[in-house]
Design a protein around this ligand. Structure first.
Ligand code: NAD
Length: 534
């Protein structure tokens, strides 16, 4: 029997997807930026989704290389953290300008390595530009010392300061290599840390190109290192060596990373998976809800942690919404082009294609209806799969509760707001949710009852993710910690309390016995309570 993965491998005769400017010299230059002992011999090869051809054979780092990369970054950080924030911010703003100027190349690399449509690749540029500008401009304020009330007001002067963690490790997945890989490194560097990034092997060139641009922007050479290689080996060695770990990836790997970080007693932020609900109330603008649903479901070919997978629709508008969302989905343009003429690109790997096809086939076999899509499109590209809408999905189908991480959504009817909330909260994830309603008051009340790190009202997913000043992350199995907002930079620092005692030290004066001091202080406590002193 021919499997869907065999189909993928048969398409080796299609034209090369390699962008013409990516010469062997360019690849060798980028490969040279991987941190590893020159005597090392390990390599990794990723395959381009558009043509199934080898992208580049890159050197891999060993566990010892990772430890050395961390020490190199630590040496670099010692001088970097002494520099004024403004100096660090200038480097980041030059990086911002450079990647905007070089965006065509970055986008080419993202598409070549990962297969997404060009507009989705450009959105990574947009997102990192907003992140970089935001933290370069506001980071100083987020990290500014804060004075606090002392133990004895007037006698104790207290400041809460922020000191960099030291070296931050960043482990990122393949689905948004620039946004998640580089966008998380920017605030870590701005906070005064060294960084060692473990690029996903599928998308390492994108990160290495960004590293090159950062060097051109003036980042000291040792400060940001990139390591490449097998997840458990290289990622595991990184968690073992750094002072803080920022991980983005699956919930299963997140648990392994969390356990290891827990043993080492280092902090970790974990941005993990989701099974995100979108609720259509009966007062929703159906046309807009359908459009928004299509955008949040199929962007990045559904390979986006916050993308919609479960669509909950009020029974009174179910038929109208179903028609609208199926029509809008059928009008999407699928393809593999290095221009802005298609909406939906390829899946990233044969494993992704197999998972998506399995979820749809198992649902179909167990009685679900495929309203549109539901098939691979090898005529368009080896890993192309049509945006798919299912109906009649039940609990025994894997697509019901497991993250598909592909262009597949399921429609479920509900009859009341309470039922919609109950359905939205089903399962162990809590990453992103969406509510469509003309009644913003009710939608906000519903949002408060949904266990999810972000809730978008009258938008699918982009409104919260694009609001860089507000935190973003997950509840439950979707993770711990947040990126963006104040926490997105403060997490890369330790809070340090500096308390200066003036006049006399804390404690009983020499002239007073301990029992008199206790009586006196107890009296003071009652007085403070009466005076409502905080
Ligand atoms: P993954 O967990 O397989 O891999 C993520 C990264 O971890 C890769 O770089 C991998 O090499 C590395 N890794 C693997 N094993 C490791 C180990 N034992 N120790 C340390 N590192 C290890 O995830 P994936 O399949 O590449 O990415 C898709 C998943 O990521 C989906 O579940 C998606 O929802 C999630 N994701 C979450 C967010 C978010 O912000 N919440 C964003 C994007 C993707």
């Amino acid at each position: 029997m021919t499997t869907i993965v065999d189909e993928h491998l048969r398409h080796r005769d299609i034209p090369s997807a390699r962008p013409s400017w990516v010469t062997d010299e360019v690849i060798a230059g980028l490969a040279g930026r991987v941190y590893r002992d020159p005597a090392g011999t390990g390599t990794t090869t990723a395959y381009a989704p558009y043509d199934s051809m080898a992208i580049a054979t890159l050197p891999t780092s060993s566990a010892e290389d990772v430890a050395r990369a961390v020490e190199a970054a630590r040496l670099g950080a010692a001088a970097w953290q002494q520099r004024d924030f403004r100096v660090r911010a200038e480097v980041m703003l030059r990086f911002h300008d450079l990647f905007l100027a070089e965006q065509d190349k970055l986008i080419d690399l993202i598409q070549w390595e990962m297969g997404k449509a060009r507009f989705t690749a450009w959105q990574e540029i947009l997102q990192v530009a907003n992140i970089t500008r935001h933290y370069a401009r506001v980071g100083r304020k987020y990290l500014a010392p804060r004075s606090a009330r002392g133990a004895v007001p007037g006698l104790t002067k207290v400041a809460e300061t922020r000191v960099p963690k030291g070296v931050v490790g960043i482990i990122s997945p393949w689905n948004y290599p620039f946004y998640l890989g580089v966008g998380d490194a920017v605030p870590a560097l701005l906070a005064g840390n060294g960084v060692v990034s473990k690029a996903d092997s599928q998308t390492a060139l994108t990160m290495l190109f960004a590293r090159e641009l950062m060097g051109r922007a003036g980042l000291p050479a040792d400060l940001w290192q990139v390591v490449v290689g097998d997840g458990p080996v290289v990622g595991g060695a990184l968690v073992e060596a750094v002072d803080y770990i920022g991980f983005t990836g699956s919930t299963a790997t997140g648990r392994v990373v969390a356990e290891q970080a827990g043993r080492r007693l280092i902090g970790a932020s974990l941005e993990l998976g989701g099974k995100n609900p979108l609720i259509v109330r009966k007062d929703a603008d159906i046309a807009k809800a359908a459009e928004g649903c299509v955008a949040s479901s199929f962007a990045n070919t559904g390979q986006m942690c916050i993308h919609t997978e479960r669509v909950l629709v009020h029974q009174d508008v179910y038929d109208a919404f179903r028609t609208a969302v199926v029509d809008a989905t059928r009008s999407l343009r699928l393809g593999q082009t290095y221009d802005y003429t298609v909406d939906i690109g390829s899946l990233a790997s044969p494993a992704q294609l197999a998972k998506v096809a399995d979820h749809v086939e198992m649902a179909r076999a167990l009685g679900a209806t495929v309203l549109t899509g539901g098939r691979a499109r090898p005529d368009l590209g080896p890993l192309m799969y049509e945006p798919t809408i299912l109906e009649g999905v039940t609990a025994e189908m894997p697509v019901c509760a497991e993250e598909t991480f592909g262009p597949v959504i399921s429609l479920y009817p509900f009859s009341s707001d309470a039922e919609a909330i109950e359905l939205a909260n089903q399962g162990s994830y809590g990453l992103s949710a969406s509510i469509w309603s003309k009644d913003s008051h009710t939608a906000r009340l519903m949002a408060a009852r949904i266990r999810s790190g972000s809730v978008n009202i009258n938008d699918g997913a982009a409104a919260a993710a694009g609001s860089i000043e507000a935190p973003m992350g997950g509840m439950g199995d979707s993770g711990l910690g947040r990126r963006h907002g104040a926490e997105g930079i403060r997490k890369y620092t330790e809070a340090q309390t500096v308390a200066e005692q003036r006049g006399m030290p804390l404690g009983p004066p020499a002239s007073m016995t301990l029992d008199r001091f206790v009586d006196f202080t107890n009296g003071q406590l009652k007085l403070l309570r009466k005076l409502r002193v905080r």
